[in-house]
Design a protein around this ligand. Sequence first.
Ligand code: SF4
Ligand code: SF4
Length: 400
Amino acid sequence: MAKVAIVRCDSYDQELVNNAVKNGIDLLGGIQMICKPQERILLKPNVLLGTDPNNCVVTHFTVFKAVAQLVKEYGATVLYGDSPAGLQTMSTAMQKSQLARVAGELQIEPGDFDHGKAVSFPDGICSKQLTIANAVLDSDGVISLPKLKTHGLTRMTGAIKNQYGCVPGHQKGVYHAQFPDVYKFSRLLIDINRFVKPRLYVMDAVYAMEGNGPQSGEPKKLGLLLFSTDPVALDSVACRIINLNPRFVPTIKECEDAGLGSSSEDDIEILGEPLLSCVDKGFDVVRSAPIPVPENVILNRLRKFLVDKPIIAKAKCIRCLRCVQTCPVEPVKALSCDDNQKVPVFDYNRCIRCFCCHEVCPVKAIEIKSPKIKKLFPVISYVSLFLANRHSKKNRRVVS
Ligand code: SF4
Ligand code: SF4
């Protein structure tokens, strides 16, 4: 049975975080269950974009520091890193999020996330070859440090999605364009997770992000750290804490359907705090399943009236064009901005709704808009889930 430890942590005070991290890892059996002395252990925080840690976009540096200290004291060599979204380099992202400063204090070296190699993965259910960052390939094991946030594409991002940052730079956009359907994209994430196989997940939910995540939402205090060696169980528990049906999250649903874990409460043992005492019913998250991309051309056209779309708040836009540069649709991008336009303009017929543009906007000018019909008829959420189930059944392959 999968185990998830829930530990209260009221603030990012370093001593409080240290105690909570030690407590959580001990509940799972202790650091000796995770790594051995002399091993090279890579810490993989979520650094979507280097920003002030108080914005809640990145895993907080105190959580990173607490885990790094424990692993280091146990005698392992610690490395760290992540591949940020857009054109930002890892070095800039780590400095802005203060992780580089903390790593310097602990004399921890960064791994190479700017470059990677194509590796063969014959067991892949979505891709037999993956491009993975050198830092991951050079380590003996990975500890994943996700941040609990809402996400325009996958509803929430947590333990499973955090490994997408193990794909270096530009290749992330290539994968988005290659797998525009969120359910297929989630199966790619399954392959990446099965390849990387983190040994432990420590989720930062002291302050989570609600609303317009994963970059433009608002901090929401939950006062929790979550621990598990099972990413499906961990994300499912996180969903219950934010009052979201785990089956609405494509990453969880696809992992579960592929036999890689269970989101059922009956299959998960909760350690530490009782789950019910941690639930935030008012957490602002989209409570519906994304609609899959049908193969039928006419149905695909109809789908466009039901799916969320990115829009630009003109008054906020500073015309930096990061969104245009990041859009993975090639050769003609799905948003453009010529000299006569004050802000970029979307071509929704080309847009694959990957929301990469939304992730990189530095001034939160891009919002995700739900069609009115979805708000008027909440039953569409369950129709989406039904369609997603049918869609997945056609493509399902159970893996070991
Ligand atoms: S929408 Fe955001 S990312 Fe795009 S040009 Fe405007 S400010 Fe830059
Ligand atoms: S316009 Fe935005 S959401 Fe649409 S494909 Fe480009 S990056 Fe993705």
